[in-house]
Design a binder for this molecule. Structure first.
Ligand code: PEP
Ligand code: MG
Length: 570
């Protein structure tokens, strides 16, 4: 028996046999061609690309109507990668100019493109590098004459692989779990596993080398653990946990329509974070009271041109309409030179996390920003809409942003287009400087939203995407907690609504702590919402507040964790 640890993406516990999928790191044949072979080699590559495109098309056609909402979009992304001249065209040129064989030319270009994505600071964009590799792997398989699909398609098994392309994942409909060497919580594989409702652990390192077919496995998607060849005692324990988990999930569904009110009568608002318009469905199914964070940048990724005002308006309007009167908070573009949009082709800067990202980027590109501001304003005519600005640190950034919003309003008035004249404008508190000067923010903005993911990164100087320093990324560091508490206190004193919309809002171990700090708006991934609601229903804020005050006096992260555990138990 041994265990492997990675990033659990939820879905509970499964117990079953392993099916190990072929590694994508096959040896790529390298040889030089005779000049007379160039055309033949180019057409061999062209055919392989067409075969893969046809297969992606066929998979899209076979998608059941009730299949994962993201599936078609993922297949489209892979199709677009195949169409990208940066890949196919460049590979053709490499065959012609360097006399490389098709496998060599294509894998070299794919590696080059994937490396460009992987250099981004943003975890989502880095995962897109993996999409490029997955597409390349499919083309390689066709070039080598082997099947492009995994074999055991209908087998009830826990699939273990170095990586699984989303398209392959869709053919593994009978999978009861996934254990994957690569990837993280924002990879497409993780996104699909979540929407297929299958437990998965990613970033396992060498699972596909250490596990063999038919190994008996326990996969815990919550804890991020895979136990190989468990003994009877461990098996019995996990069977018990599995049964308890099922009961718990069923029980939580009953909370959907229960108002989130603490034992001492404090009403708490629980909102959902979404990345794409289709996800409003999950938000509503979880009983969210609105969208607390719509990460609009996801509309701008994986494409060669920027979405125009009409396209953006339609996306924002569809979310506002789907939420049927519930508030929708649309965050403006959180990209920058570090997350260069493919359409703009900018090179990644030296120090991406500290570069021209989010609002800094938008203020430097007012024409692009104004298009988005007009689209959001127009959507506000269709329901309760709020506009949220990421990464603010300076007063003048707020002033400049408000001036641009006013300018966008004027443009719409001139065009005679309707919008909500009172559209609330809020700011994200993600930089320590913003938390420390929150009193300035509340004077200019209608609401605040604390982005703990970035606030932790910038307070502790830990790159949130760097595995090497992941153990130092400590959400409960006293410095982080004091900044959060300070922001909540300042906002409450000024009567300004304040929410937390980073990962901490969906971590039920932090619910009592945040309630004790006076927070009553949380926004999180829809999958966490009912579990957090359960904690809200158990909490007594009047009892928690003095304890949290004492906890915040501690300078020792370990002591903070111990006190945190006691907040929940007592
Ligand atoms: C955050 O930083 O906490 C946040 C919600 O924004 P993102 O995770 O998109 O950077
Ligand atoms: Mg952020």
């Amino acid at each position: 028996m041994f265990s492997l640890h990675g990033t659990g993406i939820g879905g509970g516990i499964v117990i079953g046999r392993a099916r190990v999928l072929e590694s994508r790191n096959r040896d790529v044949p390298h040889y030089r061609l005779q000049p007379s072979q160039v055309m033949g080699e180019q057409s061999r590559l062209e055919t392989a690309i067409e075969v893969v495109k046809a297969e992606l098309f066929e998979l899209a056609e076979q998608l059941p109507a009730e299949g994962p909402a993201e599936a078609r979009a993922l297949l489209d992304v892979h199709g677009m990668i195949l169409d990208d001249p940066a890949l196919a065209q460049a590979a053709h040129e490499a065959i012609r100019d360097h006399l490389w064989n098709a496998e060599w030319a294509f894998s070299a270009q794919a590696g080059h493109l994937a490396a460009q994505f992987e250099a981004f600071e943003d975890a989502y964009l880095r995962e897109r590098g993996r999409d490029v590799q997955q597409v390349a792997e499919r083309v390689m398989r066709v070039l080598s004459g082997s099947s492009t699909r995994p074999t055991a398609m209908s087998e009830q098994a826990i699939f273990v692989a170095e990586d699984v392309a989303p398209a392959d994942m869709l053919s593994l409909r009978a999978a009861i779990g996934f254990g994957i060497d690569l990837g993280g919580a924002t990879s497409h594989t993780a996104i699909l596993a979540r929407s297929m409702n299958v437990p998965a652990v990613l970033g396992l390192g060498f699972a596909s080398h250490l596990i063999v077919d038919d190994d008996h496995l326990i996969l815990d998607g919550e804890a991020g653990i895979v136990i190989v060849a468990p003994d009877e005692t461990v098996l019995a324990e996990y069977r018990r946990r599995q049964a308890a988990g099922e009961i718990e999930r069923e029980r939580l569904k009953w909370l959907r329509s229960v108002p989130a009110v603490t034992l001492d009568g404090v009403a708490v608002e629980l909102y959902a974070n979404i990345e794409r318009p289709e996800e409003t469905e999950f938000a509503l199914a979880a009983g969210a009271e609105g969208i607390g964070l719509f990460r609009s940048e996801f509309l701008f990724l994986n494409r060669r041109s920027l979405p125009d005002e009409e396209e953006q308006f339609e996306a924002y309007r569809s979310v506002v309409a789907a939420m049927a009167g519930l508030p929708v908070t649309i965050r403006t573009l959180d990209v920058g030179a570090d997350k260069a949009l493919p359409a703009l082709g900018a090179a990644p800067p030296q120090n991406p996390a500290l570069g021209q990202r989010a609002i800094r980027y938008c203020l430097a590109e007012p024409e692009i920003f104004l298009v988005q501001l007009r689209a959001i304003l127009r959507a506000s005519a269709f329901g309760q809409t709020r506009l949220l600005i990421p990464m603010l640190a300076h007063n003048h950034e707020i002033d400049q942003t408000l001036r641009l919003i006013e300018f966008a309003r004027m443009q719409l008035r001139d065009r005679g287009v309707a919008f909500d004249e009172g559209l609330p404008v809020g700011g994200m508190i993600e930089v320590p400087a913003a938390a420390l000067t929150a009193s300035l923010f509340v004077r200019r903005l209608d609401f605040l939203s604390i982005g703990t993911n970035d606030l932790i990164q910038y307070t502790l100087a830990i790159d949130r995407t760097d595995h090497e320093v992941a153990s130092l990324y400590e959400p409960f560091h006293p410095a982080v907690l004091r900044l959060i508490e300070m922001t909540i206190r300042t906002a409450r004193r000024a009567g300004t609504p304040v929410a937390v919309c980073g990962q901490m809002a969906g971590d039920w171990a932090a619910t009592h702590l945040l309630l004790g700090m006076g927070l009553n708006q949380f926004s999180m991934h829809p999958a966490s919402l009912l579990r957090v609601k359960q904690e809200v229903l158990r909490a007594d804020v009047s009892h928690l507040a003095p304890r949290v005050e004492r906890l915040l006096e501690s300078d020792d992260p370990q002591q903070v964790r111990a006190l945190l555990g006691r907040l929940v138990e007592d």
